[in-house]
Design a protein around this ligand. Structure first.
Ligand code: CMP
Length: 139
């Protein structure tokens, strides 16, 4: 994957509340091009693998239950400085700390249910994108 791509998930809370369209509007308005996207649901094994870096954290069980309880929208996004600009767009992990106008400030309720994921590095964007999409699904 090129370094101008990032990976995102609109998490189960955002999908449950009907926020897919509004969040995708914000992503498009910020200049991101969608190069892969699907509605899908992670299995327990998927979530345990995807979030393996957090498996010693006290919230790991809660995180896996949350991320598997319903559908998510997974997408790969393209833009210059995609990883950094997308993390700015979504705001801090804890919506209470997120800047006004960010996706988490607008759509998230708590640090655990924070509406949206954004990769934290080009390397992880490539790994996370490949976890959800094959080359045939990516444009
Ligand atoms: P994200 O940063 O996308 O990936 C790790 C996720 O773990 C994070 O979003 C939250 O959904 C969750 N998380 C992070 N910190 C906490 C916490 N202190 N308590 C519960 N969940 C958390």
């Amino acid at each position: 994957m090129a370094t101008n791509r990032t990976f995102t998930m609109l998490k189960p809370d955002a999908v449950e509340k009907g926020h897919i369209g509004a969040i995708l509007d914000k992503i498009a308005a910020a200049g991101f091009k969608i190069v892969a996207m699907k509605l899908t649901q992670m299995t327990k094994a998927d979530a345990e693998t995807f979030y393996a870096i957090h498996n010693e954290r006290p919230f790991f069980g809660e995180l896996v239950a949350y991320m598997t309880r319903g559908p998510i929208v997974a997408a790969i996004l393209e833009k210059e400085n995609a990883v950094s600009d997308f993390r700015t767009l979504i705001g801090a992990t804890n919506p209470a700390d997120a800047a006004e106008g960010t996706i988490r400030k607008m759509f998230a309720d708590s640090i655990s249910e924070n509406a949206v994921h954004g990769s934290d590095s080009d390397e992880n964007a490539a790994i996370e994108g490949a976890f959800h999409f094959s080359g045939r699904d990516t444009f």
